[in-house]
Design a protein. Structure first.
Length: 112
């Protein structure tokens, strides 16, 4: 398989995983806002914690980014994913903030 094809497949997989985690993160936000503190909320938080562990293990890079680096020497933030450059650049900040706000709301709900 050509390196460009491999990179496209990695980008597609990375984008699909990103979409999945969008559902996870926005479910968390919905659940805490709607006061639906249940198994699925905790399961989603568990997925986020696992994602965080993986990022820490790979020096704050997604393993797919590390893998894609073998097929590209681009300096762009979105070389490894089908996202706009600005979103790829600020992805961790945006979604960590949403999870953080959700967690604060969760704590509020739990002590209420």
């Amino acid at each position: 398989m050509e390196p460009a094809t491999k990179l496209r497949l990695i980008k597609l997989l990375h984008t699909l995983i990103w979409v999945f985690f969008n559902f996870v993160i926005f479910y968390i936000l919905y659940a805490v806002l709607a006061n639906r503190i249940n198994f699925w909320l905790w399961f989603c938080y568990g997925l986020i914690v696992l994602e965080g562990i993986v990022l820490v293990l790979f020096n704050m890079y997604c393993p797919l980014t590390v893998w894609a680096r073998k097929y590209s020497n681009s300096n762009r933030h979105n070389f490894d994913i089908y996202l706009p450059e600005w979103l790829a650049k600020y992805n961790k900040l945006i979604y960590t903030s949403i999870v953080g706000v959700s967690f604060v709301i969760l704590i509020y709900r739990l002590i209420q």
